[in-house]
Design a protein around this ligand. Structure first.
Ligand SMILES: *Cc1c(COP(=O)(O)O)cnc(C)c1O
Length: 347
């Protein structure tokens, strides 16, 4: 049906950080992350592609992709939809009007260091500035995390701000990717949030269970299971080929915590801008126990113009989904517009 998994050749000794550089007590997911691919030519070679296909990544946003995700790419296919999401290309350097560094005006929405609040009742904690994968269309690709206290101290300030605001019923852990924090740090954070009486829900926005399913550790599941809060996990997959059996197992374990599992995707040219890809994504998500939540139109971040799909085309694709899928398998087509009280539903 989709890309068959292929073994990825071992890292070139000089290019990838070695697992042995880390302490012996690092978790398997951290060791896997340490051997992630960071060199575009290495990525091309691992897929049997001409290394000349690779362009140098921009300094501020280098290539980063874990090997379990690379293993789901189709060998020898330069147009693989997973590869396109992570391989830096020359088109990123093309300036396009309307594409800016901070398209969602997030710097202006900081309620406290490390806390972004735009919408009523819920606020977003920037737990970690790091991610396990650098998606080329990321709207925070230029976000200055360090300036905004996305550090341990920043999380404490965010927790205090949530505790002081009784209108908040939901804390959203975000980043970067919040699951880049280790299990001990997450457990401490969840305990702090548990103790805030006006909070009812804890939401985690993460791509780690998709790109590195080993991240769903026993300790993480135990932390979620022990919380008094209702847990919602919003994962991020854009194409059905991302959802292999290891991902399905990891998501089942999260669901058993229990957690409500939702997916958000971004509509991306050359990745999932066809009815077949979007329908396949929805069908596969439902098969593995995840409800499609949002299908976002691209945030117009500098360097991502080549991923844009016109809104009219998005509407047409969405209509085809509605015509062929059960209602619960159809994501909301949405766009975020700075200053609006909620994400704008296009359909
Ligand atoms: C997207 C977002 C949310 C969540 O919005 P929902 O519509 O509830 O999923 C919350 N806070 C911020 C800052 C966001 O960008």
């Amino acid at each position: 049906m989709h890309a068959t998994p292929h073994a990825v050749s071992p890292p070139a000794p000089a290019a990838a950080p070695r697992a042995t550089d880390r302490g012996a007590d690092t978790a398997p997911w951290q060791r896997e992350l340490a051997r992630a691919i960071r060199d575009p030519a290495d990525l091309c070679r691992a897929l049997g592609l001409d290394p000349a296909l690779a362009t140098a990544a921009p300094a501020g946003f280098p290539l980063l992709v874990p090997r379990p995700f690379v293993a789901r790419m189709e060998h020898g296919n330069p147009h693989d939809p997973l590869l396109r999401q992570v391989l830096p290309v020359g088109a990123e350097a093309v300036e396009q009007s309307g594409f800016t560094a901070d398209p969602l005006h997030e710097a202006a929405a900081l309620a406290a260091p490390g806390l972004v609040q735009k919408y009523a009742g819920r606020a977003l904690v920037l737990v970690s500035g790091a991610c396990a994968v650098h998606c080329r269309y990321c709207f925070r690709r230029e976000f200055p995390y360090a300036e905004h206290g996305a550090t341990l101290a920043g999380t404490e300030a965010a927790v205090e701000a949530i505790a002081a605001d009784e209108t908040l019923t939901e804390a959203i852990l975000s980043g970067g990717d919040p699951l880049m924090a280790d299990d001990a740090r997450l457990a401490a954070l969840v305990r702090r949030l548990d103790a805030i009486p006006h909070l009812r829900r804890l939401r985690i926005h993460t791509r780690l269970p998709i790109v590195l399913p080993e991240r769903v550790t026993d300790a993480l599941v135990a932390t979620l299971a022990a919380s008094r809060l209702t847990i919602v996990v919003v994962v991020h997959a854009n194409h059905p080929a991302e959802l292999d059996d290891a991902v399905a197992v990891a998501l089942r374990r999260l669901a058993a915590a229990p957690a409500l599992l939702l997916n958000q995707a971004v509509l991306l040219a050359g990745v999932n801008d066809s009815a077949a890809a979007l329908r396949g994504l929805s069908e596969r998500l439902v098969d593995i126990g995840v409800l499609p939540y949002y299908l976002h139109l691209l945030d117009r971040v500098r360097g991502a113009g080549h991923f844009e799909v016109p809104e009219a085309r998005g509407l047409e694709l969405h209509r085809q989904l509605r015509d062929t899928l059960p209602g619960y398998a159809v994501p909301r087509l949405a766009r975020e517009l700075p200053g609006e009280p909620a994400k704008v539903w296009i359909a």
